[in-house]
Design a binder for this molecule. Structure first.
Ligand code: AMP
Length: 631
């Protein structure tokens, strides 16, 4: 009989978060959140580089205070964005790692890795996090995992979605779909609360405030159909911003108390940030707490008390901004707030009491519901969607239907510079829409199109997705030629545009390829190769660590032998000397070599064993015979 495990090809759900990521799978009729190698259910979205190796997840986060300039986090805030983006410029100021301008206005993260300067794009860093999540799943499921659904903020634009898919590809995943985070949370909520399958229609508002992004979605759940009515969001609003405000506050306190500015010291700033984040979490349950860091700067300790009220005051504009999104989303969904049956909170920052209070006030005191496990609900929903797409037979999820919307309007620039919308925001996707345009000059034989995404009237204020020219138009007086521009949005919210000159029957199809925020295929292939190299290096490092550990263990065993009074008494002086010499040699050798190869460690162990093993065997035999004679 064939091994069932080998035939089972699971599809996983990954919540790729700004600060933490989470992976889940639907199997044995339930969704399981997969724990990582540290036993944690979420993994820090952090990658660190040292002179020896690179770390991802907990290992990277744990060494961040010692190695702040080479520890990269927040890649989600950079993904699909341009270097010149004001938000990128403002983030750079608060990051201890260096971000420089690469080709085509792409932000590149510069780190020192193995004593060399290396550049990584945000896509590459995200791909490393995704790869880690894949390995976590593979270890648990004991099989190769390829297929995944990866979540993105509902308000992510085209470039950010595509870049996330690229990251998945580099990580060796087949990203079956990028799913909106609040939709995923709604699925988890629906399944959890048995809302699903009930005959009554429920209007649900999902409020998702995470580490770096804020998303609001209004959905209706009816039977097994989830229909998103509208989304609103801010891809640059979340817990990290609240941390920043707290850090700045502490920098000022330190300045006032000690007349010293610590803001230029990456290590001090990182240690302070970690402590502020901890304090922020405490303030969700306590009314005040201390922020204290020993020898923060020039040996000076920092200690300061912060109250919940002060924390709220520092961030009130952000909190209000997040509640404004709720208002906007309801307007777009054409829904009165009194018609919302459930307000579901998800994302770590939605635990902040002031945010909850503002929301509750907005909804006139209605009870706020928290998805059962808010850190895991997005991955939960993604795992359900992954199982559906992989064709997993499961009664509870099998007929679930998801109807999502596009978050931002899509259109082209007209000759007066305004944005002509072809697909308005919050249109159900996938979709196909067309709009007719005419020539603006006599005998015009080509039209240049710029495709934009966004809500501003002036096209140039929106996000440029790409450009193309339709040529070969027959000469005619202005306004006599009609060109039909078609926009096609697929299930992942990815856009294809084409234009067709229809009056004479001549048609031409053009797809946008000039997307600067996206990586060219050669670069993706290079990154896939790099990722494989990293894997080889990781294996090499593991092998070396194992060999070193084996030698250290053996030396430890030898030390225990000579420390044992009973054994010492019976050891011949010559044997005792041999063991002591071996211990000294190994210890000195281990201290002397900074970094030996796995083979060198293995060889050292072999040589030491050759001398000491015969003595150990003798001791064991002696022990056995004396214990049996005692019996
Ligand atoms: P997420 O992206 O949903 O994992 O949310 C992560 C963000 O939530 C981080 O900025 C955390 O600092 C923040 N967070 C987690 N727990 C709490 C809490 N109890 N109170 C306030 N913020 C929290």
């Amino acid at each position: 009989m064939a091994d069932d495990r080998r035939m089972f090809c699971p599809a996983i759900g990954i919540d790729l978060g700004t600060t933490y990521s989470c992976v889940a799978v639907l199997q044995h009729d339930r969704v399981e959140t997969i724990v990582n190698d540290q036993g944690n259910r979420t993994t820090p979205s952090c990658v660190a580089f040292t002179d020896m190796q690179h770390f991802i997840g907990d290992a990277a986060k744990n060494q961040i205070a010692m190695n702040p300039t080479n520890s990269v986090f927040d890649s989600k805030r950079l993904i699909g964005r341009r270097f010149s983006d004001p938000l990128v410029q403002s983030d750079i100021k608060s990051w201890p790692f260096k971000v420089i301008e690469g080709s085509d206005d792409k932000p590149m993260i510069s780190v020192t890795y193995k004593n060399e300067i290396k550049m990584f794009s945000a896509v590459e860093i995200s791909s490393m996090v995704l790869q880690k999540m894949r390995v976590i799943a593979e270890t648990y499921l004991e099989t190769t995992v390829k297929n995944a659904v990866v979540t993105v903020p509902a308000y992510f634009n085209e470039a950010q979605r595509k870049a996330t898919m690229d990251a998945g590809r580099i990580a060796g995943l087949n990203v079956m779909r990028v799913l909106n985070e609040p939709t995923a949370a709604a699925i988890a909520y629906g399944l959890d609360r048995a809302v699903l399958g009930s005959i009554c229609k429920r209007n649900v508002l999902v409020f998702d405030l995470g580490g770096g992004t804020a998303d609001v979605s209004v959905l209706t759940i009816e039977g097994k159909k989830f229909e998103v009515k509208a989304v609103a969001g801010d891809t640059h609003l979340g817990g990290e911003d609240f941390d920043n405000r707290m850090v700045n506050h502490c920098v000022e306190v330190f300045k006032r108390k000690h007349k010293k500015d610590i803001s230029g010291n990456a290590k001090a700033m990182r240690r302070l940030r970690t402590e502020c984040e901890r304090a922020k979490r405490v303030l969700s349950s306590a009314l005040d707490t201390n922020i204290s860091v020993d020898a923060l700067y020039e040996g000076i300790d920092f200690i300061s008390n912060i109250t919940r009220s002060k924390f709220s005051e520092l961030n009130m504009d952000f909190f209000k901004k997040s509640v404004k999104l709720v208002e906007k989303c309801l307007v777009d969904a054409k829904m009165e707030k009194r018609n919302v049956h459930d307000v579901v909170l998800t994302g770590g920052s939605s635990r902040i009491p002031k945010v909850q209070q503002l929301l509750q006030e907005f909804f006139d005191g209605v009870e706020l519901k928290r998805s059962l496990n808010s850190d895991e609900s997005v991955a939960y929903g993604a795992a359900v969607q992954a199982a559906i797409m992989a064709g997993t037979r499961n009664e509870r999820v099998q007929d679930i239907v998801l109807v999502d919307v596009i978050p931002l309007s899509l259109g082209v620039e007209t000759n007066d510079g305004t944005m002509s919308v072809v697909i308005p925001r919050n249109t159900t996707s996938p979709t196909h829409m067309e709009r007719n345009y005419t020539t603006v000059e006599d005998n015009q034989t080509s039209i240049f199109f710029c495709v934009y995404e966004g809500e501003r009237t002036r096209a140039a204020d929106n996000y440029l997705l790409g450009k193309f020219t339709l040529s070969g138009i027959p000469a005619a007086p202005r306004g006599k030629i009609t060109v039909v521009v078609s926009f096609n949005i697929d299930i992942n919210g990815i856009l294809k545009v084409s234009a067709r000159e229809s009056t004479t029957g001549v048609s031409q199809k053009i797809t946008i390829t000039n997307d600067k925020a996206r990586l060219p295929i050669e670069e993706i292939n290079r990154m896939i190769k790099d990722a494989e190299n990293f894997k080889v290096e990781d294996e090499k490092y593991k092998d070396k660590a194992k060999a070193k550990g084996a030698l250290e263990d053996y030396a430890y065993d030898l030390k225990s032998i000579v420390k044992d009074k009973e054994i010492r008494a019976k050891l011949e002086p010559e044997s005792k000397k041999k063991i002591e010499d071996a211990i000294r040699q190994v210890t000195q050798w281990l201290e002397g070599v900074q970094s030996a190869s796995a083979n060198e460690y293995k060889e050292k162990l072999k040589v030491t064993k050759k001398v000491c093993d015969p003595i150990i065997v003798k001791i064991k035999q002696h022990k056995q015979s004396s214990s049996s004679s005692r019996r």
